[in-house]
Structures are given as C-alpha cells and as structure tokens.
Design a protein around this ligand. Structure first.
Ligand SMILES: [Zn+2]
Ligand SMILES: [Zn+2]
Length: 70
C-alpha cells in the first residue's frame, strides 16, 4: 500500500477510515475503543492515546462527554 498523501510506501493505516499513511504523514489522535458502565452506574470509556490518524478524514469521536450517553 502507498501513502494517501505522498504515494511512498505506507507504514500505518488510519484507525478511523483505513487510509494508508507513511510515518511522515501519520498523525495521532485519541481513539475511544469501548464504553462500559461501572457498578455505581457511571459510564467510562477506554481509549488509546495515540491511534494512527491520516489527517484527512473527520472522525466524530473527538473529546466526548460520556455523561451525555447516559
Ligand atoms: Zn506520506
Ligand atoms: Zn483517516
């Protein structure tokens, strides 16, 4: 696969849209993986701090207020 931006060999794939990117063009974004409810009924989210992001797409899971899901 080649980088979406520069067509050199890609090193990673965007976690949000699947576009391939090289090291130079890869960006990092927190990626919310899962949401769960604790015993005291609070919603919590588990996120990777540095998921690969292509810099092109527009993931909707920017910082989210988990309480709003409740
Ligand atoms: Zn590139
Ligand atoms: Zn992307």
């Amino acid at each position: 696969m080649e980088c979406w931006h520069c067509e050199r060999p890609a090193n990673a794939v965007c976690s949000f849209c699947g576009r391939a990117v090289c090291k130079e063009h890869a960006r990092k974004l927190p990626n919310l993986i899962t949401v769960y409810r604790t015993r005291d009924q609070k919603l919590k989210g588990i996120a990777t701090a540095d998921a690969v992001f292509c810099g092109v797409c527009h993931p909707k899971n920017e910082p989210v207020e988990l309480e709003e899901l409740d």
